[in-house]
Design a protein around this ligand. Structure first.
Ligand code: FMN
Length: 356
């Protein structure tokens, strides 16, 4: 199991984010946003499933509650070369609940077993599951254990556990990422009691120091909002996990310049410049000039300027010594644990209700 991953985040971990994240870490596992099986079956598959070869290793996160649809969706995705398929059993949003999938499926382990069985039957790639430690009414450690054991009996060996319960009655998806308390100890206990399973912990992890601490107890750590709000922290991951072929240490300016050919291609292929800029807004989080950088890439973008010139202009608004700073030394904590809110992005997440 890859010891560090960047969480699936709807509207955030799109292909532009993932390409950008790969300028900073080669080794962390990246996830797509959750894509429903029905969308894959009936939607624009190139748009939903396409990704750049440099995004590997990449996991396709899927939502669904129909074994047939999930299996067919994997068959359609297989030629794209995803490294694994992940089933979302952690998302508490209404949109997902009305489809009877996401976190509410934790109440029905045999149903989830039938889903993963169907998924595994059509692929040789690993099928993994992301879930919560519980949902309202099924909040005890033993309930989670029963869920995990049911899936382990189907041959699932990798679990990502968001260390909060999901409260399906009365909390928004956003509140469900902050209000239920984090219960890391239960995830550690799962690893202790099921040592043969590969357990990844998720929820509220903000720094590489915290990643290192969690790894003493579990196999892997998933970082979500902090990785988006403060992407520079990704630069410390490869060195921390001692992977071969580390990216050379670079400055933020070099990272930005590496995005220019990608930006040109993406815009030529029909993306808006803003969609490519968004994942980069937090690159200078916590450093002098961060505000100017963000301002240059958000709000009303200058008309008639090629997107790469907008990027260059934003870059030159950051003091040269900050642009040229080496990215965080291996394993060091990021410059800011709680980066300031940027447009539409807060350390807690974004507010749009359709997000999971
Ligand atoms: C904007 C946003 C979108 C999310 N979308 C998904 C999703 O599509 N699938 C999923 O399993 N979790 C989703 N999540 C939850 C994250 O994967 C993660 O479990 C959660 O944010 C807790 O980790 P963190 O505290 O490190 O952010 C989303 C979270 C955010 C902030």
């Amino acid at each position: 199991m890859i010891p560090v991953s960047i969480a699936p985040m709807m509207d955030w971990t799109d292909r532009h984010y993932r390409y950008f994240a790969r300028r900073l870490t080669r080794k962390a596992l990246l996830y797509t946003e959750m894509i429903t099986a029905a969308a894959i079956l009936f939607g624009d598959r190139d748009r939903l499933l396409g990704f750049h070869p440099e995004e590997h290793p990449i996991s396709l996160q899927m939502g669904g509650d129909s074994p047939e649809q999930l299996a067919r969706a994997i068959e359609l995705a297989e030629p794209r070369g995803y490294d694994e398929y992940n089933l979302n059993v952690g998302c508490p949003s209404d949109r997902v609940r009305t489809g009877n999938f996401g976190a509410c499926l934790m109440a029905d382990p045999p149903r989830v077993a039938s889903l993963v069985r169907a998924m595994q039957a059509v692929t040789d790639r690993p099928v993994t599951v992301k879930h919560r430690i519980g949902i309202d009414g099924l909040e005890r450690y033993e309930d989670m254990l029963r869920f995990v054991d049911t899936l382990a009996a189907e041959g699932i060996t990798r679990f990502t556990v968001h260390a909060r319960i999901a409260i399906l009655q009365g909390l928004s998806p956003r509140d469900n990422r902050t209000i239920p308390p984090l219960r890391y100890e239960e995830v550690y206990r799962l690893k202790r009691e099921r040592p043969d399973l590969e357990i990844e912990i998720n929820g509220g992890i903000k720094t590489l120091e915290e990643v290192r601490e969690h790894r003493r107890h579990v196999d892997a750590v998933m970082i979500g909002r902090a990785a988006y709000a403060n992407p520079s922290m990704l630069a410390g991951i490869d060195g921390m996990i001692g992977a071969e072929g580390d990216l050379p240490g670079r400055t933020r300016e070099e990272v930005v310049r590496e995005m220019i050919p990608y930006l040109r291609d993406a815009v030529a292929a029909g993306s808006s410049p803003r969609a490519v800029f968004n994942p980069m807004l937090g690159l200078f989080a916590g450093r002098p000039g961060a505000r100017y950088w963000k301002r240059g890439l958000s709000g009303r973008l200058p008309e008639g300027l090629p997107p790469e010139e907008i990027l260059e202009a934003a870059l030159s608004s950051v003091p040269a010594e900050i642009r040229g700073e080496p990215l965080p030394a291996v394993g060091s904590p990021p410059a800011a644990n709680s980066p300031p809110a940027v447009r539409g992005i807060t350390p807690e997440g974004v507010l749009r209700s359709r997000r999971t």
